[in-house]
Design a protein around this ligand. Structure first.
Ligand SMILES: [Mn+2]
Length: 306
């Protein structure tokens, strides 16, 4: 990370050999004490729309540092929170809420206050929020799903995607069983999990289950993508944006473009729409690594005496 390279630089500048008291106390620059310290930001990256999902705030898995850094670095007209934002299931087991998770929430609310339209579409880990769809909280709109119209006029269905878990599981049978079975499967997913909730059991996610078996997971992901794209086709839109399976992707299925914005547990990715309607997956961890590398390479050249 950038701050650690500055630390290395500071340590390199320290007098050698070290005086005794200095050797006992590590030489740290003053700015490292400042909890709010970040590399000075350039102008914020501007986007028409940004989609993020599967932040899983309230769990140690959430990459809150990178997420906070990302949110501080962007500016957009519309910000979609596509589900599994706050992990209610994990919080129920035990309270885990470090200050950085607060910073993330505050940063989102601040953007809403500054004029960004913030839309929150609950997922399965934050399904408690599903009871409040249609309401506003601190400038954040809660919606069950949405249709987003891109700058170039394409209509994109935006949803979390957990409702397709069962459909994906029984995809092979669907060809025989037809439309009614499909509708039934969509409903059964909600029903099964309503029962589980009644007995205090966590949401059963096929995606999470299969993650443990990598070979099946690959098959599951591609099948999930197909099923979601198929649902979009039925809805008469040009594309679909979802999350849920923690796998960022832009893929074409016939006339439907499938977009997945990934997650902030494993991959630290976002989906963005540029002002001309062009869509892109941003890999924030990779971007940070790249900019740290460029800075490290630029340093020796700057050090050459005039
Ligand atoms: Mn999910």
């Amino acid at each position: 990370m950038a701050s650690s390279s500055r630390l290395v630089e500071a340590l390199r500048e320290a007098p050698r050999p070290m005086a005794k008291e200095q050797a006992q106390q590590p030489v740290l620059p003053g700015w490292i004490q400042d909890p709010e310290h970040r590399e000075p930001h350039g102008p914020r990256l501007g986007f028409r729309t940004v989609w993020i999902s599967d932040l899983h705030l309230g769990t140690p898995g959430c990459n809150a540092e990178l997420l906070f850094d990302f949110l501080r670095s962007i500016q957009c007209d519309t910000l979609y929170l596509v589900g599994d934002i706050i992990d209610g299931w994990q919080l129920r087991k035990g309270w885990y809420w470090p200050p950085r998770h607060n910073d993330v929430v505050r940063c989102v609310l601040k953007q809403a206050k500054r004029g960004t339209r913030v839309i929150y579409i609950p997922g399965n880990h934050d399904e408690a929020f599903r009871d409040y769809v249609g309401l506003h909280f601190g400038g954040v709109e809660l919606l069950p799903e949405d249709i987003h119209v891109t700058a170039d006029g394409r209509r994109l269905l935006v949803l979390h995607g957990d409702m397709f878990d069962n459909v994906v599981l029984y995809a092979r049978w669907l060809a025989f069983l037809g439309d009614h079975a499909y509708t039934l499967l969509l409903k059964s997913n909600a029903l099964v999990n309503a029962f589980r909730r009644m007995f205090g059991l966590p949401y059963w996610s096929l995606a999470a289950h299969l993650k443990k078996r990598v070979k099946n997971a690959v098959q599951f992901i591609s099948r999930f993508e197909e099923v979601v794209a198929h649902a979009a086709l039925d809805r008469g839109v040009e594309g679909v944006v979802c999350g849920h399976i923690h796998s960022a992707e832009i893929r074409q299925f016939g006339s439907i473009t499938y977009y997945n914005d990934g997650d902030w547990v494993e991959s630290c990715t976002a989906l963005v729409e540029h002002f001309d309607g062009r869509m892109e997956i941003i890999d924030w961890a990779a971007r940070k690594r790249e900019s740290a590398r460029i800075r490290a390479e630029a340093k020796p050249r700057l050090a050459v005496p005039a």
